[in-house]
Design a protein around this ligand. Structure first.
Ligand SMILES: Nc1ncnc2c1ncn2[C@@H]1O[C@H](COP(=O)(O)OP(=O)(O)OP(=O)(O)O)[C@@H](O)[C@H]1O
Ligand SMILES: [Mg+2]
Length: 359
């Protein structure tokens, strides 16, 4: 799969961009603050309908403008035209000229895995980021998963609202509890199935980029230990006191253990970075195995964080993603990539909201 055309209008520092991309390896080169990351952000937005910077849509509107447009042509099995428009008053998403009714029908049109400095939050940040990591993979591989997540979030919100309301409406609470348990158990079983599948990829990828020899292991730690319904019943007094649901997949964790110790507590900055990158490599490999073709890789300045030896650990994934009809976009401020891949590389100069192919 690859992105054949990208069009931006009033998106961050791009007033208007129209660019054609072949499959293969694209290097976006330029000094700081020229718009390299903004291009990756736009491609990620087309694929996942959200920014990897964790900001809302309004932040991406060019200053003083009323809305942004991001569109493109994706070539995978068939060719698809995608258009997104956002303004405070209006949102549009269309696929091949038709308004998208259900997000699950759209997601998968373009698949990307992004490597950005923000990935460090997977190791250092709160559990939400790690749950998102699992959910990202499940949304891309289980057609019903997005709707499960949406239904779970709704049931949780309604249940929490009831827990705060006095006197308690026992019947309504029971009915949301049933809903939460039913959907929650499905989410738990998907996550429990996923992690052992990706765990060897994570360990292996980490070995390649952290040659010092520590072992990285990931383990799914569900908040529910044996029976969701029983555990909820047992904590009801506490729930009523707190006015919120304290057990369930919204409290799950993904343990990241470096030589059997939690990476967040004991790893150095460089080690944490290697853990985050290994998690992302495993994500890309899992999607490649599952779909039989690689996602588009978006690599934002990550190379600068790795020494030459560690960069080599990235090569197998990069080779598999830039071969055939795959595609990689990588940003850097100066060209510092091993020569092995240079021959088939397309270089773009990024200057003040414009990009130009140089070779
Ligand atoms: N909403 C916006 N409207 C206009 N300009 C914006 C908007 N958001 C960000 N910018 C500008 O876009 C410019 C380029 O940002 P970007 O993050 O893509 O730079 P970069 O080339 O990746 O730089 P670096 O090498 O420092 O990472 C910045 O100068 C930033 O101020
Ligand atoms: Mg940048």
């Amino acid at each position: 799969m690859h992105l054949e055309h990208l069009r931006l209008r009033d998106f961050r520092n791009y007033q208007l961009l129209d660019a054609d991309f072949t499959p293969g390896f694209h290097l976006l080169l330029g000094p700081n603050a020229q718009g390299k990351t903004n291009v990756l952000e736009a491609i990620h937005l087309l694929a996942n309908l959200r920014s990897f910077r964790g900001v809302g849509s309004s932040a991406m509107v060019q200053h003083e403008k009323s809305g942004w447009f991001v569109g493109g042509k994706v070539v995978g099995t068939g060719s698809h035209e995608v258009k997104m428009y956002w303004s405070p008053k209006e949102r549009q998403l269309s696929l091949n000229g038709q308004t998208v009714q259900k997000l699950s029908d759209y997601l998968g049109t373009l698949r990307t895995v992004a490597f950005t400095s923000e990935d460090l939050a997977l190791v250092k940040g709160v559990g939400r980021g790690r749950r998102r990591y699992m959910d990202f993979l499940l949304v891309q591989t289980v057609p019903t998963y997005l709707s499960l997540l949406q239904r779970y979030t709704r049931a949780l919100k309604n249940r929490n609202a009831l827990l705060k309301k006095k006197p308690i409406d026992k019947n309504a609470l029971d009915s949301f509890t049933m809903e939460l348990v039913k959907i929650g158990n499905e989410i738990i079983s998907y996550r429990a199935e996923l992690i052992p599948q990706i765990s060897p990829n994570v360990t292996e990828a980490h070995r390649r980029i952290a040659p010092a020899g520590e072992d990285l292991n990931v383990e799914y730690i569900p908040s529910v230990k044996s029976d969701f319904f029983d555990e909820l019943s047992r904590t009801q007094d506490r729930e009523l006191k707190l006015g919120s649901t304290t057990i369930g997949p919204h409290r799950d964790e993904l343990a990241l253990m470096l030589d059997d110790k939690p990476a967040a507590d004991f790893a150095s900055e460089g080690q944490k970075r290697a853990v985050a990158i290994a998690l992302k490599i495993a994500q890309a490999e899992h999607l490649t195995n599952f779909h039989g073709s690689p996602p588009v890789l978006l690599i934002d300045d990550v190379m600068g964080e790795l020494d030459i030896e560690r960069r080599k650990g990235f090569l197998p994934l990069m080779e598999s993603c830039s071969e055939g009809r795959g595609q990689i976009f990588m940003t850097c401020t100066e060209e510092n990539w091993p020569s092995e891949l240079s021959s088939s590389m397309h270089r773009w100069d990024v200057i003040n909201g414009t990009i130009n192919l140089t070779s």
